[in-house]
Design a protein around this ligand. Structure first.
Ligand code: AMP
Length: 398
């Protein structure tokens, strides 16, 4: 069975074609500037075909999907003979609200429910829906599955997901914590259990997804019991450009003082804050590491804040789960920055965590970076959200 995984943004569309017999990635690519002009980078990964990397006209997502199918099946760049070889499509969908606690076969009812979830993710869900509709238009009745970023967190108990505001806002409007990066947290926690050789039902795992956006999840017995993002992905840890947790009084103060509209204020909190805002240097941790090493104090402060917040939130999850067996680092920063991992692990001395420096220097593979005698194990596990989407799609489509 071959499955096409689609992650549609408002002007971009990422894809992977995966052969599920071997879980081998056959091709991957990215359409960009959809609706503006258009660019497609298509990389075949089997059969020794060349990469296609050119500007092409992409007025809408439908043309983008058509271009992807064209490249996947073309004699020059293709990896399959025809579209008939693509058995199903798995779509990443950001927000499933309380309606979706797991992945689902897409039908008309599901499409209507996705529309209902749009107010919760007004930037992301419409793009995901557009991607699904474009696929339907081009691929006809090939079965399609939606896999949600929020679904894994639906097991959180009320004490973790509720905000302490009047209850009717939850009841009438769905205002609660939903959490994001669920597919990634689910993948790395289940891989962590495999690496430990234990059933996930017996493990307490803290998963730290640290990329441009960052979140932490507490996973007890394979179920998420808490996570750091909330109603939106703005809160929790300070991130590349997002502020993380912030006193709402600050919003009122700044809006009053500078006359910002709510959109201007949210733009500052989403795009100009986080480690970029504090350092004034960059949202990219590589630039921050370099600047801090050159003596830039604000870059060093931004990094210190990030390490501190990861340790502080993870520590609160040790309390929430009354213990922890393993801590996992993943995503761009978690997978690549040994300095960040080492700095965070210093805070875990109270858990007896000891880092093996040689293991912590490895890259690009699943690795245990704690010493064998460390009572709490620490892992680096490269995330693979596309594989989870493909596996769910296979399981649902059968
Ligand atoms: P992601 O959102 O998971 O794609 O992560 C992207 C982020 O990973 C970038 O913004 C960088 O800050 C970070 N990153 C990637 N490579 C490294 C590295 N070698 N050292 C530190 N940070 C890195």
């Amino acid at each position: 069975m071959k499955i096409l995984v689609i992650n549609a943004g408002s002007s971009s569309l990422k894809y992977q074609l995966i052969d599920m017999e071997t879980e081998q990635l056959m091709a991957k690519g990215l359409c960009e500037r959809i609706g503006i002009d258009g660019h497609l980078k298509h990389s075949p990964l089997v059969g020794g075909k060349p990469v296609f990397d050119e500007d092409i006209s992409l007025p809408t997502h439908s043309e983008a999907i058509a271009a992807v199918i064209d490249k996947l099946t073309s004699p020059e760049y293709g990896v399959v003979a025809s579209m008939k070889e693509i058995d199903a499509v798995g779509h990443r969908v950001v927000h499933g609200g309380e309606k979706f606690a797991s992945s689902v076969l897409i039908n008309d009812e599901v499409m209507a429910a996705l529309e209902d979830c749009t107010p919760f993710a007004p930037l992301h869900n419409p793009a995901n829906i557009t991607g699904i509709n474009a696929c339907k238009a081009v691929m006809g009745d090939v079965p399609m599955v939606a896999v949600f970023d929020t679904a894994f967190h639906q097991t959180m108990p009320g004490k973790a997901f509720m905000y302490a505001i009047p209850y009717e806002y939850y009841k009438n409007d769905g205002i609660r914590r939903y959490g994001f990066h669920g597919t990634s947290h689910r993948y790395v926690s289940s891989r962590c259990a495999e690496l430990m050789g234990k059933p996930i039902e017996e493990l307490k795992i803290i998963s730290c997804h640290m990329g441009n956006g960052s979140s932490i999840a507490a996973i007890n017995g394979g179920k998420c019991v808490d996570t750091s993002m909330g109603f939106t992905p703005l809160v929790g840890l300070p991130m590349g450009t997002r502020c993380g947790d912030l006193d709402n009084g600050v919003v009122q103060f700044l809006m009053n003082k500078y006359g910002y509209s709510i959109d201007e204020m949210l733009n500052i909190l989403n795009k100009k804050s986080g480690v970029l805002g504090v350092s004034g240097v960059s949202s990219d941790f590589r630039d921050l590491d370099k600047a801090a090493a050159e003596g830039n104090e604000r870059a060093a402060l931004a990094l210190d804040m990030f390490h501190y917040w990861v340790a502080k939130v993870a520590g609160s999850y040790v309390a929430a789960m009354n213990g922890v067996d393993a801590i996992v680092f993943t995503a761009g920063v978690g997978e690549n920055s040994k300095e960040t991992r080492a700095a965070i692990c210093q805070y875990f001395g109270y858990l007896g965590v000891k880092v093996d420096e040689a293991a912590n220097s490895k890259r690009g593979e699943d690795v245990m970076i704690s010493t064998p005698d460390s009572p709490v194990k620490v892992f680096v596990i490269p995330t693979n959200e596309e594989l989870v989407i493909a596996r769910d799609t296979r399981d649902i489509v059968g």
